[in-house]
Design a protein around this ligand. Structure first.
Ligand SMILES: Nc1nc2c(ncn2[C@@H]2O[C@H](COP(=O)(O)OP(=O)(O)O)[C@@H](O)[C@H]2O)c(=O)[nH]1
Ligand SMILES: [Mg+2]
Length: 346
């Protein structure tokens, strides 16, 4: 039995790494909302497993068990590697990692030969067990050694990205967000549109979230501060919980008012004067914005606040219309190898 990327209209992420590195845990926590502690009892994966994940683009995440030998002749690694968008290699930073690094460079050599457009992403994982200083040291060491190995293989030009991750905090979501974003051909337009939105509203930071996984598929170009990310991600959960609670009520109201499916929207005023704003978009996406309104902080009137929220509403609706257009256009394009992703990014 040999795994292949299911069909070429999907972008596939391949998860690799030695046994017990944390591959299955990452999948369960990010894509199935499993509690991090429950991963302790995960069984070892013995055959390749694939998760489908449908967001702005359709993604598959495939886990290859660590003990499998991909390079034996009857295993069609060539076909596998030529059809994927990103190779994510998980290194257990709490364990002796020299073997993992040798394994990694061997895989990079092969993957790059078969598919030079592949994104190579390395997770320095389980950093929750390391002190702040040690994290930096481990990262430097791993980057250095990987660089040396690639140099020896004559592959010094290959781009490799490194992330410090743990399933016990938001770092794994942050890393996966960046990995997934690289696979979205429409990313530059999305970022532009979000920048525009920020410019024309009193928004401080805005994310386009995949609601189920809490991966953000795009954000405006200002730097991401992990605390802002956390606040926004948690706001999604709160909103959904409340929505479940009030679903009956809303439905009757919505039906009377407009006769169409209701669209999730939520606004919350924080004690420091900031406002959290959430609005449902398309395809399981939600826009979440942090509005740090100086007018609000200076204790200005409710009407001012209402006015700036009305402007945001208006602009967010425009954004949603553009998003729908982009989405429709992307569907019209012919699927290309690598899910049309690597080609268009190149
Ligand atoms: N401390 C810590 N343990 C983790 C983390 N991620 C996974 N683990 C643990 O690592 C062990 C192996 O995980 P598993 O997902 O089965 O590894 P796989 O063989 O690569 O699929 C499990 O006991 C997990 O609870 C992490 O971020 N931090
Ligand atoms: Mg596993």
């Amino acid at each position: 039995m040999e795994p292949t990327a299911k069909d070429n209209t999907n972008a596939t992420i391949l998860l690799m790494g030695l046994r017990r590195g944390g591959k299955s845990s990452i999948c369960k926590v990010v894509f199935h909302n499993m509690q991090p502690l429950d991963t302790l009892y995960l069984e070892s994966t013995s055959k390749p497993t694939t998760e489908q994940f449908s967001s702005l683009i359709d993604l598959s995440v495939m886990e290859l068990p660590g003990q499998l030998n991909y390079f034996e002749p009857n295993y069609d690694s060539e076909r596998l590697f030529s059809s994927i968008g990103a190779l994510v290699y998980v290194i257990d930073s709490q364990d002796e990692y020299l073997n993992a690094l040798t394994n990694l460079s061997m895989i990079i050599e092969f993957a790059y030969k078969v598919n030079p457009k592949i994104n190579i992403e390395v997770l320095i994982h389980k950093i929750d067990g390391l002190s702040e200083d040690y994290r930096i040291d481990a990262q430097r060491d791993i980057m250095q050694r990987t660089g040396d190995e690639l140099l020896d293989l004559g592959l010094e030009g290959v781009q490799v990205s490194f992330y410090l991750t743990s399933i016990f905090d938001h770092s794994i979501y942050e890393a996966f967000s960046r990995i997934v974003q690289k696979l979205i051909p429409e990313l530059p337009s999305l970022e532009n549109m979000l920048d525009n939105l920020v410019q024309h509203s009193s928004i401080d930071k805005v994310f386009l979230f995949d609601v189920n996984s809490k991966i953000y598929v795009a954000t405006d170009s200002s730097p991401v501060d992990i605390q802002t990310y956390e606040v926004c991600a948690e706001f999604i959960d709160i909103t959904i919980d409340l929505d479940d609670l009030y679903v009956e009520n809303e439905r009757t109201k919505g039906a009377v008012a407009s006769g169409r499916d209701k669209e999730l929207k939520s606004i919350s005023h924080l004690s420091n004067g900031s406002i959290l704003y959430l609005k449902q978009m398309i395809r399981g996406l939600a826009l979440v914005a942090l509005i740090r309104n100086d007018d609000v902080r200076k204790g200005s009137t409710d009407t001012n606040q209402d006015k700036s929220l009305a402007i945001i509403d208006y602009n967010v609706n425009l954004f949603k219309q553009s998003l729908i257009k982009i989405w429709k256009n992307s569907r019209l394009e012919q699927p290309t190898p690598n899910g049309g992703v690597a080609d268009q990014l190149a």
